[in-house]
Write a protein that binds this ligand. Structure first.
Ligand code: FAD
Ligand code: SF4
Length: 510
């Protein structure tokens, strides 16, 4: 009997477990563009363009390989608007009595699928997503019985498991696991940024751009200037360009920020990795080869591989281990509404204007902008975690909850109380000044802590520490900063907290 094999918009790889034993004679591959998935959060226009165009290209690729593909476009007559509805229609149309699908990476959809077999009255086989280098069972085994889950120790296990950058004696290449301290150079004036690969939209992509402009006009972000890869071969081209032109400097400038360029030496491949156009193992192998061939230094290759086999796999493990209640935690009782400038970019703070502006234009900001600029602001201003998570899900082309939530809720705003990071990544303007050229173009003075022209990060940072003094005094890793707070002259602290109160009272005015 026939089988329908459903491929989701972030499963665009011929290696999906749902396709493993496909019989091209009897089986049909279903790809469906549905309104529910485009709007359960109002994704950035460029993200929707990317996903729908990459789905259409992938369907063509499968057809060229001789598979029978049922492709449902968003505005096709009869489209039910949900994945379950489209699965039901396809089962009937193809007279199939079995549905095979790789589990969704997002809890809400994975949970929904658990009832599909009953709801649809057919055998629904849910398979594990084996694109990741660490199976969820393995992660849980590693996590079991540990007092704290720290990425660094998980990462070392992953280095041993994958053998990336390990020498013949089973020791880490260069004698160290981690070269993070070599990855914090601030930006220099004379740097040339290579930029990511750009692709002119073909007919398929152009049709999707028109569709998105008409159906999702009220979603955040610019649709103009869409130059993303939408096929596997284009994504591989983008990876090669990164390895050749940006990886050599990735390590040194990993944490740097500038008004001059949105991408610096970052790979800009998360969108492709998360959707299945690139394979995590192959990406790391390419970086390791560059190191072995003498084309990239060790701190670059190690730093890059750590993000993928370390952070990416770690946050996925945390997500599935901690959901669903993870999302509802609000350890720091943060309740301030998200200010409007997160949507408009209309703020006098140069660092925030740059991060939000490029997010609107490119659906991209690099890690330090997400963590130490917008995330840091959300943390120290005590913004409501639901609104902050919603914002991060809406604005980035690589946003999927399994990776967005632990990064935002855990790493950036510490709403999880320390599951992802042992201490909050709170910082004053001094950090941003050290790592960027933003402050020299800002209306505020990074050197000032009080008064109307003082950098808002400064007052908010100290106010944040003071607000949570009782909790953070008990955190061994915050000893130094809490001592500085204690030593601060009481008049200065009062003035700082008054400045913070004034900022918080009228957040939209900063
Ligand atoms: C608040 C916040 C929200 C985030 N939301 C997302 C998200 O929705 N989707 C997403 O893919 N990443 C997210 N990240 C992680 C990281 O910022 C992005 O993966 C990275 O900026 C993507 O750009 P890049 O491809 O140029 O990455 P590079 O800096 O070139 O890094 C290489 C790759 O490593 C992986 N990576 C790096 N850091 C992380 C991390 N902390 N967690 C998981 N993978 C990582 C990505 O796949 C990335 O492509 C978030 C980080 C923060 C602080
Ligand atoms: S002065 Fe403050 S607000 Fe302005 S760019 Fe620097 S850190 Fe950002």
């Amino acid at each position: 009997m026939a089988t329908v094999r459903l491929i989701l918009g972030d499963q665009l790889s011929p290696a999906m477990s749902s396709l493993a034993d496909i019989d091209p004679e009897t089986d049909t591959i279903l790809l469906a563009e549905v309104m529910a998935e485009c709007t359960y959060v109002k994704h950035h226009k460029k993200k929707i363009i990317f996903v729908l165009s990459a789905m259409r290209h992938f369907a063509c690729e499968l057809e060229d390989q001789g598979f029978s593909v049922d492709y449902v476009k968003l505005i096709d007559k009869g489209n039910t608007g949900t994945l379950k509805g489209e699965a039901q229609r396809a089962l009937k149309k193809h007279k199939a009595d079995r549905l095979v699908v790789t589990r969704s990476g997002e809890f809400r959809l994975a949970e929904d699928m658990e009832t599909w077999s009953t709801d649809l009255g057919v055998d629904v086989e849910l398979r594990d997503d084996d694109r990741f280098l660490c199976k969820l069972d393995e992660f849980n085994e590693w996590a079991e019985g540990r007092k704290e889950l720290r990425m660094e120790y998980f990462y070392r296990e992953m280095r041993r498991k994958t053998s990336f950058l390990m020498d013949a004696d089973g020791k880490p290449e260069g004698g160290q696991w981690n070269f993070d301290k070599d990855n914090r150079k601030p930006i220099k004036d004379d740097l040339d940024f290579p930029g990511p690969s750009k692709f002119t939209p073909d007919e398929i992509t152009q049709e999707v751009i028109d569709l998105v402009n008409s159906e999702f006009a009220d979603h955040f972000g610019q649709s103009d200037g869409f130059t993303f890869a939408t096929t596997r071969s284009q994504a591989e081209h983008a990876l090669r360009r990164f390895i050749q032109h940006a990886l050599p400097r990735f390590g040194d400038y990993q944490d740097a920020m500038t008004d001059k360029d949105p991408h610096l030496f970052h790979s800009v491949i998360s969108t492709y990795l998360n959707a299945g156009l690139l394979d995590a193992h192959a990406v790391c192998a390419a970086a390791e080869n560059a190191y072995k061939n003498g084309d990239a230094p060790l701190n670059a290759a190690e730093g890059f591989i750590r993000q993928i086999i370390g952070w990416r796999e770690f946050v996925r493990g945390i997500y599935w281990r901690e959901m669903p209640d993870y999302k509802t935690r609000n350890t720091l009782d943060a309740t301030t509404p998200l200010p409007d400038f997160f949507w408009t970019g209309d703020t006098k703070m140069a660092c925030m204007a740059q991060a939000i502006g490029q997010t609107r234009d490119h659906a991209y900001a690099h890690h330090i902008q997400r963590l130490m600029v917008t995330g840091n602001f959300a943390l120290v201003a005590g913004l409501d975690p639901d609104e902050v998570n919603d914002w991060y899900m809406r604005v980035y082309s690589d946003a999927y909850e399994w990776v967005e939530l632990p990064n935002t809720h855990g790493m950036a705003i510490w709403a999880d109380g320390g599951v992802v990071g042992s201490k909050p990544y709170a910082a004053s303007g001094k950090y941003i000044d050290r790592m960027s050229d933003h402050c020299s173009n800002c209306a505020y003075s990074v050197k000032e802590q009080t008064g109307d022209t003082a950098c808002p990060f400064n007052a908010l940072y100290w106010d944040f520490l003071a607000r949570h003094e009782d909790r953070f005094k008990k955190n061994g890793r915050m000893g130094l900063v809490m001592k500085s707070l204690e030593r601060m002259d009481s008049q200065k602290l009062d003035a700082t907290r008054q400045r913070a109160a004034k900022i918080l009272k009228n957040l939209d005015a900063v």
